[in-house]
Design a protein around this ligand. Structure first.
Ligand SMILES: Nc1nc2c(c(=O)[nH]1)N[C@H]1C(S)=C(S)[C@@H](COP(=O)(O)OP(=O)(O)OC[C@H]3O[C@@H](n4cnc5c(N)ncnc54)[C@H](O)[C@@H]3O)O[C@H]1N2
Ligand code: MOO
Length: 402
């Protein structure tokens, strides 16, 4: 199956995992599922923006330059009122502007003297009516939509949510994901492997890739034994939303996973995609609820499949706004003969004209996990061509991203 068809099949199996309310403190990184409006104007009152004095501008306009002090309006104090329009009120940044004043002169534009125990302020720089006041509603009127459903909540959004009083926020519920590593050759990260063994890395990479999306996952290692695979998988099914398996999906004698999944009731949507790496990718659904992505065991294959298929699928399930497709300029000629879509590890950078460039990194194929250390995206080179010229433009799928 071509990549475009595989992707379309996966995206037509998008599921809604529902919503939940979380405390504001736990909302960062989650997907907002409600419209958030301004409960009050932004700012909610005429806000003083400089420490100094507030005056009635007409007095100044008539030539008055010396103002006697009536009182001090600090931030957090209810609004005061100027009793005599020829006086002034000392005001602090963040205070509500005193009633009957309309202009704020900062201390830097004042000479301060004392006369018989009373403070006097002489204005020594030109003033403009209305200066240094952040007007009520000038940023947003009450009722304005500030945030729409579908955004990923970041630090700026948390500040706005706090301002409008959202101590609880409606967000997408996260799916329960189980990561299964298969393979008798795999040992724990903390183990010293024998010569024929290796430490399992794929599910740790996948776990980290899910963490970028704020989704936790359970990790399990199962042996190359069909009965044990079936038994474990059937136990997991009732309480799992997404199964992501790694390894045992190609043509080997011990690649029991497809048969085990089928025995557990999986409906296979496709197995094998016209791509490299990641050709043996399998996607299926279960009648009750989980979907299953069975990724090829070669580390770069599974990694690529996560960013090309699983990540966009999960974002769509969480009802997160879709990302803009990204394109880059290929920095050197690439020749690739098989009739497969080629996902080439590349390093991205910005050209002087602002476009993104993609430099292929040294790469020994889908077992070469270390090649990813130098790369930050896969460039998708279409199956119909064999020669990809320098300076041609193709889509890229970045993986150093949130
Ligand atoms: N006769 C054929 N052989 C192979 C084919 C094919 O079409 N016909 N496809 C090749 C391709 S392409 C790939 S990719 C691999 C995928 O094979 P599997 O998905 O069955 O994966 P395994 O054989 O289990 O493992 C492959 C490789 O990856 C290592 N591995 C597996 N899991 C992990 C893990 N969690 N952490 C680190 N490394 C892992 C495993 O040790 C193997 O070296 O098949 C080709 N063969
Ligand atoms: O497709 Mo396999 O994933 O090339 O190594």
């Amino acid at each position: 199956m071509p990549v475009s068809e595989a992707f379309a099949a996966i995206m037509s199996a998008v599921r809604d995992f529902g919503t939940e309310k979380v405390p504001l403190e736990a909302a960062a990184g989650r997907i907002l599922r409600e419209t958030v409006t301004a409960d009050r104007p932004f700012p909610p009152f005429d806000r003083v923006t400089m420490d100094g004095i507030a005056i009635y501008f007409d007095s100044y306009a008539r030539g008055q330059r010396v103002f006697g002090l009536e009182d001090v309006q600090a931030a957090g104090m209810p609004q005061m009122q100027l009793a005599n329009l020829a006086d002034c009120m000392e005001v602090m940044t963040g205070a509500i502007l005193p009633d009957l004043t309309d202009t704020v002169i900062p201390y830097e534009h004042l000479e301060i003297t004392e006369h018989e125990g009373f403070k006097r302020f002489t204005v020594v720089k030109d003033a403009v009516k209305g200066q240094n006041i952040h007007r009520i509603g000038s940023d947003a009127p009450a009722g304005k939509i500030l945030l729409e459903a579908g955004i990923r909540i970041g630090a700026a959004e948390i500040g706005v949510l706090a301002t409008v009083g959202k101590s609880e926020v409606l967000v997408s519920r996260l799916p329960k994901i189980v990561l299964i590593a298969t393979g008798n050759e795999l040992v724990e990260v903390s183990a010293i492997p024998a010569q024929h063994q290796l430490r399992m890395s794929n599910i740790h990479s996948l776990h980290a890739s899910l963490q970028q999306l704020g989704i936790p996952a359970e990790k399990i290692h199962l042996p190359d034994d069909q009965q044990r695979l079936e038994q474990h998988i059937s136990e997991l099914l009732p309480e799992t939303d997404v199964l992501i398996c790694s390894g045992a999906v190609s043509a080997g004698k011990f690649d029991h996973l497809p048969a085990a999944l089928k025995a557990c009731g999986m409906r296979e949507i496709f197995h094998k995609v016209q791509q490299r790496p990641g050709k043996p990718l399998l996607f299926g659904t279960f009648p009750q609820k989980p979907v299953v992505f069975a990724l090829p065991g070669n580390p770069v294959s599974g990694f690529m499949c996560f960013y090309r298929y699983i990540r966009p699928w999960l974002k769509a399930c969480l009802q997160e706004n879709a990302e803009q497709p990204l394109f880059a300029v290929l920095e050197e000629e690439v020749v690739f003969n098989p009739a497969l879509e080629y996902y080439l590890p590349v390093r991205l950078s910005t050209l002087p004209d602002g476009r993104t460039s993609a430099q292929p990194v040294p790469y020994n194929g889908s077992g070469d996990l270390s090649s990813l250390l130098m790369a930050d995206a896969f460039m998708a080179l279409p199956a119909e061509r064999q020669v990809f010229e320098k300076n041609s433009i193709y889509p890229v799928w970045p993986f150093r991203t949130t």
